[in-house]
Ligand binder design. Structure first.
Ligand SMILES: C[S@@+](CC[C@H](N)C(=O)[O-])C[C@H]1O[C@@H](n2cnc3c(N)ncnc32)[C@H](O)[C@@H]1O
Length: 340
């Protein structure tokens, strides 16, 4: 079948990618019904609409304002300019915990090495996008081996927790073993050139009880601080402890659910010190697993810009709502979504 120019452009994407710009943000337009930005940004000529097609890397001007991309993190990151964000704060999905039935979702890789490889690929691309003096804050959850139970029963409150398939126990581990995912990933990223500067324990005073009786209840997660080089922006005075001491590496912060989000959302208090210490007002904060948009919310409140990437349109809707972007222009890519 012969493809039109528009259909050819669609083939450039692995999955749909779209952009959401906050209210009042100008889209790169040129004259005429359809327009092309300086680096392949095209605005489909829809009267009264603002549909933007991304055919190549968006140009740097696009990141002059906060923006949410709908699409796969790796696909979108590949189209972002190098050295364009000052800080990354993110929390990828857990491995084998949820199935949202969306192609390209992270977390359903059949083996642990494949899960780590997916994240490694995404963070390598994020590293290119991060400025040389930037900081990358990574919150990553752990879990236990399934004991080769191939399913998880539905959870009354959260249907997404029912799994028809669960990963097998990774080679070398036993039933009941803690997977140790945070440290496995941290060492992998260190091997890739990241500087591992701190392991912060996020202690959750209100952690959910567990039914286990043969080990302590897990009530913490890790937040790793990585940098791209040995010199980087870190304003320690912006996050001093109240008694004037340098910030400690154990942070007590209650978890906070956000209505409608079927995944663990960041408590804003976890994101706040990261952004305060490693950005200045006006800088850009990236979250490639944007979810309900907590990183964007905190960035905005602190007078920073944000770039969010999220695969699931339902969560984009949540984030838009949360960030007050309800009436913002809808900008979509040429990936079968946009039509003129
Ligand atoms: C743990 S949640 C992030 C929650 C977020 N920190 C918040 O405060 O709401 C992980 C998110 O990654 C998204 N996700 C999964 N695979 C993705 C992919 N390939 N590209 C972009 N986002 C993805 C999921 O849809 C989910 O919203």
């Amino acid at each position: 079948m012969k493809l039109g120019r528009r259909q050819e452009a669609q083939l450039e994407f692995d999955v749909p990618s779209s952009l959401w710009l906050p209210k009042g943000v100008a889209t790169p337009m040129r004259r005429g019904g359809g327009a092309r930005g300086s680096k392949g940004l095209r605005v489909a000529g829809k009267p009264g609409g603002s549909q933007l097609s991304v055919t190549e890397s968006p140009d740097t001007n696009l990141l002059n304002n906060s923006v949410i991309f709908e699409g796969d993190a790796l696909t979108v990151l590949r189209r972002l300019p190098s050295q364009s964000v000052q800080c990354i704060v993110t929390s990828p999905p857990y491995w084998g915990l949820r199935d949202y039935h969306i192609p390209c979702q992270i977390g359903l890789e059949p083996t642990l090495p494949e899960f780590l490889a997916s994240l490694r690929g995404i963070f390598a691309e994020a590293r290119r996008v991060l400025r040389d003096d930037g900081v990358f804050w990574l919150n990553i959850g752990d879990g236990y081996t399934s004991g080769n139970r191939g399913w998880r029963a539905p959870d009354k409150k959260n249907g997404a927790r029912a799994m028809s398939v669960r990963p097998d126990t990774p080679a070398g581990l036993k039933s009941k073993d803690l997977l140790g995912i945070p440290w496995r990933l941290a060492f992998t990223l260190q091997d890739d050139g990241w500087y591992l500067r701190a392991d912060i324990i996020w202690n959750k005073p209100n952690a959910m009880p567990e039914s286990v009786k043969d080990r302590p209840t897990r009530s913490h997660e890790y937040l790793f601080m990585f940098t791209k080089s040995d010199q980087y922006l870190y304003d320690r005075s912006a996050i001093m402890d109240p008694n004037g001491r340098n910030k400690r590496s154990v942070w007590d912060i209650n978890t906070m659910a956000y209505a409608g989000a079927h995944f663990a959302t960041f408590p804003p208090k976890l994101v706040e010190p990261c952004i305060k210490a490693s950005t200045r007002p006006g800088d850009v904060v990236l979250d490639p697993f944007f979810g309900s948009g907590t990183a964007g919310l905190v960035a905005s409140e602190l007078g920073r810009r944000y770039v969010g990437i999220e695969l699931n349109p339902e969560y984009i809707a949540l984030a838009k709502d949360r960030l007050g972007l309800g009436c913002g222009p809808i900008i979509q890519a040429l990936t079968g979504i946009a039509s003129s």
